[in-house]
Design a protein around this ligand. Structure first.
Ligand SMILES: Cc1cc2nc3c(=O)[nH]c(=O)nc-3n(C[C@H](O)[C@H](O)[C@H](O)COP(=O)(O)O)c2cc1C
Length: 346
């Protein structure tokens, strides 16, 4: 199949990044509705595996934030991913930060964003999720509104969990965006303990009520000091959390010093994040032991990067920025490389 993405990318990269993002998703949706998309993208790689009691067709998923309102599930589901994660959704709709708030660091194959959870809120999010036809593994990622004081954050997450539980294959609790003030304080021991205790209890209750166990995952940052990762790992075990997603974007600029847009505030994603994110995954694997599910994300721009993430200790891999720079072909290449590198006993 001809790789048409480099041509599309050339055009899209002439547009302002957020405009390009919206246009690309709209066009993808159109192509899907016309029944053309499946002729334009490589077929899904078959590498079936079980993680957290869920059956995945392959180990490469879409990371949260690309489809915040769950408005493009069917189109994105036909790009060959083994699973999709949509959101972050907050209880109430909110506009996010003023534009511009997304920047391309092209040479570095990176992005900086400070979107700030712009989204249409839970009700519209759920309406979209319920409309979907795609039947693959779907993770729903929940967050807190910017106006909710951090001391009341648990209330927002509980509202999110209550609302999405019936529709999610797994729920991801995002406490690691750098663009919502103080959000990352929830990764500190005491606050994390209180939050995870409340979420675990509520999720158990919802699971019992529906007779279905929905895995509860926590998404963490790459920016920890000292033994911060170990503190988080212990809390995950203590509260019987089902998995961890590592990592979100970084606030560090060490890898992009002097680059265009490097001084913009926000979270850095893409190639410069790979090593830091892999270090966190390795530390998590060491602290959590061999059986604990880890979804590795951050800086996968090539099939080799995906394989490196698995070697660092991930069970599944997600992609966001790599899709912008390399296109849908990366999904197939990464899934194939992982399949070829993983022993058949999964
Ligand atoms: C523009 C943009 C928006 C994002 N929004 C979210 C979000 O809403 N929720 C979330 O959990 N992660 C969000 N992320 C983080 C990604 O899911 C991912 O963790 C991070 O970008 C690292 O992966 P990558 O290097 O493959 O992009 C966002 C990333 C980008 C680039």
């Amino acid at each position: 199949m001809i790789d048409w993405y480099p041509v599309a990318r050339k055009f899209l990269f002439h547009l302002e990044p957020e405009q390009a993002h919206d246009l690309a998703l709209r066009q993808l949706g159109r192509l899907h509705d016309l029944g053309l998309l499946r002729h334009l993208v490589p077929a899904q790689v078959a590498d079936p595996c079980e993680v957290m009691g869920l059956s995945f067709p392959n180990r490469v998923g879409l990371a949260a934030g690309l489809d915040k309102d769950a408005a493009h599930i069917d189109a994105l589901g036909s790009l060959g991913f083994g699973f999709l994660e949509v959101g972050t959704v907050t209880p109430q709709a909110q506009p996010g930060n003023p534009r511009p708030r997304m920047f391309r660091l092209v040479r570095e194959r990176a992005l900086i964003n400070r979107l700030g959870f712009n989204n249409d809120g839970l009700d519209r999010f759920l309406a979209q999720v319920q409309k979907r036809r795609w039947r693959g593994v779907l993770g729903l990622n929940i967050g807190k509104n910017a106006t909710t004081p951090i001391e009341s954050a648990a209330g927002d997450y509980l509202r999110g969990l209550d609302a999405v539980h019936a529709w999610a294959d797994y729920v991801a609790v995002n406490i690691s965006s750098p663009n919502t003030r103080n959000l990352r304080l929830l990764q500190q021991e005491q606050a994390l303990d209180a939050l995870l205790h409340a979420l675990r209890a509520r999720c158990d209750q919802l699971d019992r009520g529906r007779g279905r166990r929905v895995p509860l995952l926590v998404k963490i940052a790459p920016d920890f000091e000292d033994d911060g990762v170990v503190v988080v790992a212990r809390a995950l075990l203590r509260h019987r959390i089902d998995g961890v997603i590592a990592t979100n974007t970084t606030v560090s600029r060490a890898q992009v010093q002097g680059a265009m847009h490097a001084a913009e505030a926000g979270g850095l994603s893409g190639a410069p994040l790979l090593e830091a994110s892999n270090r966190v995954i390795s530390s998590l694997r060491q602290a959590l032991g061999p059986g604990f599910p880890i979804i590795g994300v951050g800086g996968v721009l090539s099939a080799d990067d995906a394989a490196a993430k698995m070697r660092a200790g991930a069970n599944l891999v997600q992609i966001y920025t790599g899709l912008i720079y390399s296109g849908p072909r990366l999904v197939r290449d990464a899934a194939l490389r992982i399949r070829d590198a993983t022993p058949t006993v999964h």
